[in-house]
Design a protein around this ligand. Structure first.
Ligand SMILES: C[S@@+](CC[C@H](N)C(=O)[O-])C[C@H]1O[C@@H](n2cnc3c(N)ncnc32)[C@H](O)[C@@H]1O
Length: 258
C-alpha cells in the first residue's frame, strides 16, 4: 500500500468526516489553558494545522495566526476557507520535524494528535527543539497526542464510518494494528466512494500513529529545553490524566523565563 497520509481525496472529505468536532469548544479550551497558566498570547503557530480547524476560529478571535502542515491538500482547503472569510494567516507547507518560520510566537499549538504522526524519538526531539526555537521567552507549547495507558486499556478498534451528501456516499473502514514494542498503531484506512449507489472510487491510506506515556514525553521535552511540563486530559483543564483519557494534552514552557 502506498504510504501516504491526507491525500487529495481524504483531505477533500476531512471536514465532512469531522463535521461534529467542536473546534470552537477546543479553542475555548486553549484559551482556558492560556488563562490557567497566565499567558496572554497574541501570535500563535499551529503545527499540523490541517484544514484550519483551529486557525480560523482563533484568527476570528483576534490572534495573529501561522500554520504548518505537510499536506498541500489540507492547506489548500484551509487557504480557501480563510479567503472566503477574508481572514489572514501565514500558512506554509512543511514538516513539523524541521522547519523555520524565521520568527517567534507567543504560543505554539498542535491539536488533534498531530504529534502522534511523529513516531521516532529523534524526530520528536528535533520537532520539540524547533517548537522551542519558535517560542518567545515565556511562551507555551501546547499539544495533544494519544495517551498510552488509554490505548492499552481501550485498544484501537475496527470502525466503519459513513458520510452521505446528496447522491454521494463515502465509507471509511478503519483497521488498526497495535505495535506494542514501538508504541505505534498502524491504522489502515480504506475509502469507498459511491455515487448514485455505484462504486466510483476506492483507495487506501496507512497512518502510523504513536501513543505516548507522560514521563517519556516529559523527558524528551526537558531535553529539548522545556523545563516545566504539565498534563491534562483533552478539554479538561483541571482534571488529572488517567487511563480513560485517549487524548493527552501537554503544556510545556520555554525554560528561558517561565
Ligand atoms: C488529524 S489531522 C489534524 C489537523 C488539525 N490540527 C485539526 O485539528 O483538524 C493531522 C494533520 O497533521 C498533519 N501532519 C502529520 N504529520 C505531519 C508532519 N510531520 N508535519 C506537518 N504536518 C503533519 C497532516 O497532514 C494533517 O493535516
Amino acid at each position: 500500500m502506498e504510504n501516504k497520509t491526507f491525500g487529495k481525496n481524504y483531505s477533500n472529505k476531512y471536514d465532512l468526516f469531522y463535521e461534529n468536532k467542536d473546534y470552537e469548544k477546543e479553542c475555548d479550551f486553549l484559551e482556558e489553558l492560556f488563562r490557567k497558566y497566565k499567558l496572554d498570547p497574541k501570535s500563535i503557530l499551529d503545527l499540523g494545522c490541517g484544514t484550519g480547524g483551529h486557525v480560523l476560529p482563533l484568527a476570528r478571535r483576534g490572534y495573529k495566526m501561522a500554520g504548518l502542515d505537510l499536506s498541500e491538500h489540507m492547506l489548500e482547503i484551509a487557504q480557501d476557507k480563510l479567503k472566503s472569510e477574508s481572514l489572514e494567516a501565514d500558512l506554509r507547507q512543511g514538516n513539523i520535524i524541521e522547519y523555520d518560520f524565521d520568527q517567534k510566537y507567543d504560543s505554539v499549538i498542535s491539536m488533534f494528535a498531530v504529534y502522534s504522526y511523529v513516531t521516532q524519538n529523534e524526530d520528536l526531539l528535533s520537532s520539540f527543539k524547533c517548537a522551542k526555537k519558535h517560542l518567545k521567552p515565556g511562551g507555551a507549547f501546547i499539544f495533544d497526542c494519544w495517551n498510552g495507558p488509554a490505548v492499552y486499556k481501550h485498544r484501537p478498534l475496527q470502525r466503519h464510518t459513513k458520510i452521505v451528501r446528496e447522491d454521494e456516499e463515502v465509507f471509511r473502514l478503519t483497521n488498526p494494528i497495535l505495535d506494542i514494542e514501538n508504541h505505534v498503531v498502524e491504522t489502515n484506512f480504506e475509502f469507498l466512494y459511491l455515487k448514485n449507489n455505484e462504486l466510483v472510487g476506492r483507495e487506501k491510506e496507512q497512518h502510523m500513529t504513536r501513543f505516548f506515556f507522560p514521563q517519556g514525553l516529559r523527558q524528551l521535552l526537558n531535553t529539548a529545553g522545556f523545563d516545566q511540563v504539565y498534563f491534562c486530559p483533552f478539554l479538561k483543564t483541571d482534571s488529572k490524566i488517567d487511563d480513560d483519557c485517549w487524548y493527552l494534552t501537554t503544556i510545556a514552557f520555554n525554560s528561558e523565563s517561565k
